[in-house]
Design a protein around this ligand. Structure first.
Ligand SMILES: O=C(NCCCOCn1ccc2cnccc21)c1cc(-c2ccc(F)cc2)cc(O)c1O
Ligand SMILES: [Mg+2]
Length: 214
């Protein structure tokens, strides 16, 4: 039977990456997706910007919206301090099955909690179910029309504190126009655009970093 793209990405990790070495997992996925077949990982170019923001924030609590195969999950978690925690939400059960194996190959299970479901349902349950107070960093990489409603929902649920950083992928391609307009015009956010390219292509894309001012 025909394999899926996420299954082929997992295969590339198992064949080319070293167990317990997150950077080799990231490299194996980038090489596969650049040379064999495109996939919607944040990728190596935007990934370097992601690395610099994670290192600057040095977060104790991270929320990722959109796990896919776990590429950015592993990339972020590999930079976290010892007792930091990353919660990642994935809507598609098939993606979740692959991501759990990629995360395990990287040896990062202890830092990462993958939760399956829809952000609109799970965000209101974060405090009670997952024992979260607030998030120091949120990486938005899920349905592009959910970035704005979920940001408002995180505010309403008290999950953002003064200084919480939102980092949004794909603000140009596929694009998140309503979200960009909101964070760039709201007095409660300080936003900055990092120009880059759509993963593994020459098409323009970028990351928007927005600091919640409380
Ligand atoms: O669509 C994309 N990502 C989203 C996946 C579904 O996410 C669904 N999803 C994941 C958790 C979650 C929680 N609640 C609801 C939905 C939830 C996405 C798409 C492209 C892209 C760019 C150009 C193209 F020609 C084609 C595709 C690039 C990207 O970098 C992306 O991230
Ligand atoms: Mg993306």
């Amino acid at each position: 039977t025909q394999s899926t793209r996420p299954q082929r990405i997992l295969g590339a990790v198992q064949q080319n990456a070293t167990r317990g070495d997150p950077r080799s997992v990231v490299r194996a996925i980038d090489q596969y997706c650049r040379n064999q077949e495109w996939a919607m990982n944040v990728g190596d170019e935007k990934g370097c910007i992601l690395d610099s923001v994670v290192s600057e924030v040095n977060p104790a609590t991270v929320l990722e919206l959109g796990t896919y195969c776990g590429y950015s999950t592993v990339r972020i978690a590999s930079l976290l301090p010892p007792h930091a925690k990353l919660i990642t939400l994935e809507f598609n059960p098939e993606f979740a099955v692959i991501a759990r194996q990629v995360i395990a190959w990287a040896g990062l299970e202890d830092k990462i909690q993958l939760v399956e479901g829809a952000s609109g349902d799970l965000i209101p349950k974060m405090k009670e179910q997952f024992g979260v107070e607030t998030f120091d960093l949120v990486f938005l990489d899920h349905w592009k029309d959910r970035y704005l409603p979920d940001t408002k929902l995180m505010e309403e649920c008290g999950l953002l504190r003064k200084g919480s950083v939102l980092l949004a992928d794909n603000v140009i391609c596929p694009g998140t126009p309503d979200y960009l307009e909101f964070v760039r015009s709201s007095p409660r956010y300080e936003s900055q655009y990092f120009k880059s390219h759509l993963e593994y292509t020459k098409v323009e894309d970028g990351l928007e970093k927005s600091v919640f001012l409380g």
